[in-house]
Each structure stands twice: as structure tokens, then as C-alpha cells.
Ligand binder design. Structure first.
Ligand code: PGA
Length: 264
């Protein structure tokens, strides 16, 4: 695997030819951050992502666990988002995704694997979201946050908007409406556009940017435009991933050749 390291807007960018090596490199970055946190404070707090891209990353983590190299006994996790409303038993829920790809295969304590609750009554959704941010703080903050990027530049379900940059970087965890692009991207999974659950609970931009380190991965040509705008464009709420530039020193991008094809 030949890897090329570059710098865009102060962020470290690892350019890797093939997607498989993107997933392996990302898993290794997560492991390194986890090991450092375990040594430094005896536990690690990790922000996790769902979607098609991170699944292979989790397969690597499960393999490390099976070979006795990684234990989740002292690891707490927080997931970025969850559809709303949705049951954790619904196979399309992100709780089910995490169960299938990671939690059921490793020794994580049930009460340390946090996923926003898609069953909370709507009048309590704001309180639940605020509590989620409070739990992350009470756990000493995220040691590392794993992120994907949407085709429209979203991070978690923080969608493009007309807000100012200052307003956007302060967004807390909350209930949101999904952007039409995001609903379109989920249509196949839900068996039709009209079946996509149109709302979600999402970790806010503020708690994401507060993580001590952030690794964001992108593979495929369909992400190339969003990647180029996030890495080389101005910071704007129209491309939420561009706001990572505001904490550039702690951000690492891991992208394959196809996702990098629009970069200068
Ligand atoms: P994907 O989603 O990994 O399924 O492409 C990424 C995202 O929308 O954040």
C-alpha cells in the first residue's frame, strides 16, 4: 500500500489508493488513539459512526478483538446519530447496525455503548439530546471521533444550512430533519424514497469539534465533490464538513483515490 500524506487547510490528509486500505488505516488510527487514552487515563471514550463506509472499519476492530489484541472493557462509545422515531429492533436503526457490526462481537458493557434513543417521546427529545452531550462531558470528552462525510458535505446528520459559521459550530445534539440528498442516499436501504424516516437525532457540530482527535474517512467518486469543498473551500455551513478546518490541527482525513479525484 502506498500512502501519500498531504496538508489541506491545515488538516492532515492520508491519500490511499484503494478503499480496503482506507478502512485498515482508519482502524489502526482508532486503535492508536484508544491505546494512548488507555495508557494516559485508564479508559477511552470513542465516538462512532454508521453508514456503509465504517462497516469494514468495525470488521477490523472485531478481528483485533478476536485475536486478543483489543478489549472494550474500558472503552465507552457514543454514536453520532439515529433515525427518529425508530425502534432499536428495526434492522434499519443505527442501534441495530452497531449491534450487528460491532457491539455483539466484542466485550463492551451494554451501558457503555451509547446510541441516541429513537424511541424517546418527542416532548423529551430535546432533553435526551442535551443529556447525551452532558454524558460525553461527564465522561471527560471524546478521545477520538470517527466521521464519514455525506455526498452533500454533512457530518453526522448536521445538514447543509444557511446558518452562519458561528451559529453552526455551536450546534448541540438535537432532533433534525434530513436533507433531501440524505433521504435519497438512504432510499435503497429503506426500500423507497417515500419510506425513508425523514428525521433523526444527531450529535451536534459542537460536541464533534470538541473531540480530542477526529478521523474522517471517504471512499468513492460520489464523495469527491464534498471532499474537495470541505478540504479546499471556505468554511461554510453549506458544507458542514468544511467546519473541521476550525479545529484543523486535530483532524485526519483518510481518503481513497476516487474520493480525492477533485483535489488540486
Ligand atoms: P456512507 O455515509 O458511509 O453511507 O456513505 C456517510 C455519511 O453520510 O456521513
Amino acid at each position: 500500500m502506498s500512502m501519500q500524506e498531504s496538508d489541506y487547510s491545515g488538516m492532515k490528509v492520508l491519500l490511499i489508493p484503494d478503499p480496503e486500505s482506507v478502512y485498515l488505516t482508519t482502524a489502526n488510527l482508532l486503535l492508536k488513539a484508544i491505546e494512548a487514552a488507555l495508557v494516559y487515563r485508564g479508559r477511552a471514550v470513542v465516538g462512532l459512526a454508521t453508514g456503509s463506509t465504517p462497516a469494514a472499519v468495525y470488521a477490523h476492530l472485531v478481528e483485533r478483538h478476536r485475536s486478543g489484541y483489543l478489549s472494550f472493557r474500558n472503552i465507552t462509545t457514543y454514536n453520532l446519530d439515529e433515525y427518529y422515531p425508530i425502534s432499536p429492533l428495526d434492522p434499519k436503526s443505527y442501534r441495530a447496525y452497531m449491534h450487528n457490526h460491532l457491539f455483539s462481537h466484542v466485550d463492551i458493557a451494554e451501558n457503555r455503548a451509547h446510541v441516541l434513543d429513537g424511541t424517546v417521546p418527542e416532548e423529551f427529545a430535546a432533553a435526551h439530546a442535551a443529556e447525551f452531550d452532558h454524558w460525553i462531558d461527564a465522561d471527560g470528552g471524546l478521545d477520538i471521533q470517527l466521521l464519514g462525510i455525506g455526498k452533500n458535505g454533512h457530518i453526522a446528520f448536521n445538514e447543509p444550512s444557511r446558518l452562519s459559521v458561528a451559529e453552526t459550530i455551536r450546534l448541540p445534539t438535537r432532533l433534525v430533519e434530513l436533507h433531501p440528498d440524505t433521504r435519497a442516499a438512504a432510499a435503497r436501504e429503506f426500500g423507497g424514497l417515500e419510506r425513508v424516516i425523514p428525521r433523526a437525532l444527531t450529535m451536534g457540530v459542537a460536541p464533534i469539534l470538541a473531540a480530542r482527535s477526529i478521523v474522517i474517512l471517504a471512499t468513492g467518486a460520489h464523495k469527491a465533490d464534498a471532499v474537495a469543498r470541505a478540504l479546499t473551500g471556505a468554511m461554510t455551513a453549506l458544507v458542514p464538513a468544511s467546519l473541521l478546518q476550525s479545529v484543523a490541527h486535530k483532524v485526519t482525513w483518510v481518503i481513497d483515490a476516487a474520493a480525492a479525484e477533485r483535489l488540486p
